[in-house]
Ligand binder design. Structure first.
Ligand code: ZN
Length: 550
């Protein structure tokens, strides 16, 4: 249960804060510390041995550039942020400052953007629009000035109001991007990886023109030891329209060994599709190859992706023109996944699993299921025929699509992993460890809520497999699995989900969700026991701790 924030706040104010103190309406320090404790501090370190001299020098510049990205994103969230940070530093409010840094602003991203420095709610459009601009004002303006529509919806322009009139200002004019661009250019000259040099040179140019197409194309071709993403990408921070892209950076080292292992998996894609438990007519042999997956270890991250919950995988670029020409690239951050496994996942699994199952969980089983989940999004029906017309699964399943698709990716992630283990593609991954880890991991998703697609998909799997006897409760109230029943239950659920997708059957999807997407007393009991387990990690980057020296 959450302590009533405003109740405590009122007491604090009545206790008498002097009025010239900064942030007199701030949340109590205790409360701020409790919020910080939800994120387990995680040292993030990457072995840089074997990295070429040129890449190592470039890396120093890239970290500096990423720190500039932190500053740019801070301004995107709230133009007042640099001033607020200074005031917090001067007032010595170290806990509040720490939470401010984690959240990139005065709103708690873990609790629906609850303010913790004053009472001002977060504007829906963050700092991308005038604070008091409404959707109506924006839309009315465009009705009068239809020629401005493209500029106003452009993902790389912010909206300002001057003399009562709205204007669209390009990012490179609105934000101080020159320093980041200069650092990228320097890094480009230092690296001895030609694919990275090309990307960085083009990206440096893009930051000062806001034309990202060529550099996105070059990013798809990165082939060396460093995997670098830097620029404005996701549009979630703009909750008003989802138009405006937020600056972020991932600076990573490629794990060639793991990436190679994945290549062996993708060599089996055709075979995996062929053995799906649906009639041949529904199988789809024409997709899946256009989306390469890379496994990397994160050295540093910045901006949008670092605020609040940490990213373990991303799929970029978002530009449809690049996707059409080159597909998209999925990047899995292995060391971030491991930190979450150790600090957030294991504490949950220790509470939920019976000793028999707990003995068998492993990071490899957990991580490879995540990988096969991603691969499985590319398996099964995509374009389908319904009533004689070509359509897509997502068009037919509408609002239910994400839940069914996420559930499918989890279930096929398991059935395909089983299959690859039997084929000998994975040699040191016991079947028992994937079953135990699969069951154990479910409560991490359920804890985030079952109304969001991933959590909903997991609730369906959990309740379905419990009904089939694949999972069961032991005498002492913990959970265990029955390997044979779990295996057949997974096949049955895979078939149900795939037929729903293949036939675009909205009614059948609704029935499956209605019956199994439930929060049961058993779940509630575990969730109560888990209430103090950390929600996510707070990365402590080794490159930062050493003052940036590599
Ligand atoms: Zn997914």
């Amino acid at each position: 249960m959450r302590i009533s924030f405003w109740g405590v706040l009122v007491m604090l104010i009545l206790a008498g804060c002097s009025s010239n103190e900064p942030f007199p309406e701030r949340a109590p320090t205790e409360k701020v510390r409790a919020e910080l404790a939800k994120l387990a501090p995680a040292p993030i370190e990457v072995d840089l041995q074997g990295l070429s001299e040129g890449d190592r020098k470039a890396l120093g510049k890239l970290i500096e550039a990423a720190k500039e990205i932190d500053e740019l994103f801070l301004m995107q969230v709230d133009p007042a942020n640099p001033k607020i940070r200074k005031k917090l530093q001067e007032a010595g409010l170290s806990d509040h400052l720490e939470l401010f840094k984690v959240m990139f602003g005065r709103w708690n991203r873990l609790v629906e953007n609850e303010p913790f420095l004053d009472r001002k709610p977060k504007p829906l459009g963050a700092g991308f629009y005038p604070e008091d601009m409404t959707r109506e004002e924006f839309e009315k303006f465009l009705q009068k000035h239809p020629d401005q529509a493209a500029a106003f919806a452009n993902e790389f322009r912010i909206i300002r109001r001057t003399n009562g009139k709205l204007i669209a200002v390009p990012y490179h004019e609105a934000y101080p991007v020159a320093k980041a661009a200069k650092l990228l250019k320097e890094a480009s000259a230092l690296t001895d990886d030609p694919s990275l040099a090309k990307y960085l040179a083009l990206r440096a140019e893009a930051l000062i023109t806001d034309d990202y197409f060529e550099s996105d194309m070059a990013w798809m071709d990165l082939a060396g030891d460093l995997e670098v993403v830097i620029g404005p990408y996701e549009v979630y921070e703009d909750a008003l329209f989802n138009y405006k892209a937020a600056y972020e950076a991932f600076i990573c080292r490629v794990d060639h060994q793991e990436s190679e292992k994945l290549k062996r998996v993708t060599d089996h894609l055709h075979e995996l599709e062929a053995s799906l438990p649906i009639p041949d007519a529904y199988k789809n042999f024409s997709r899946g190859s256009s989306s390469p997956i890379k496994v990397v270890n994160e050295i540093f991250s910045a901006g949008d992706t670092k605020a609040g919950i940490q990213t373990t995988a991303f799929n970029l670029p978002n530009d449809e023109r690049v996707r059409r020409a080159k597909g998209s690239k999925k990047v899995m951050l292995k060391n971030i996944a491991r930190a979450k496994y150790e600090l957030c996942w294991m504490p949950i699994v220790r509470v939920v699993l019976a000793p028999h199952a707990l003995d068998k969980v492993s990071f490899d089983a957990y991580f490879n299921h995540v990988l096969m989940h991603e691969v499985s999004h590319g398996l099964g029906p995509g374009f389908i025929i319904k009533n004689g017309k070509e359509t897509t699964v997502s068009k037919e399943l509408k609002n239910l699509y994400s839940t069914i698709e996420e559930c499918k990716a989890d279930v096929l992630g398991m059935t395909t992993l089983e299959q690859l283990i039997r084929k000998g593609v994975y040699t040191d991954l016991p079947l028992e460890s994937i079953y135990a880890s699969y069951l154990g991991g479910m409560f991490r998703s359920i804890r985030f809520g079952i109304d969001e697609a991933h959590g909903a998909g997991v609730a369906i799997q959990f309740n379905f497999l419990l009904e089939k006897g694949g999972f069961f409760e032991t005498a002492d109230g913990r959970l265990d699995y029955d390997a044979a029943k779990l295996k057949s239950g997974l096949q049955e659920l895979a078939a149900r989900l795939l037929i729903i997708e293949a036939t675009g059957d909205y009614e059948a999807a609704a029935q499956l969700i209605e019956r199994y997407k439930r929060r049961t007393p058993l779940m509630d009991r575990f969730l109560r026991e888990l209430k103090d387990a950390p929600i996510d990690i707070r990365p402590i980057f080794a490159v930062e701790a050493t003052g940036g020296t590599l």
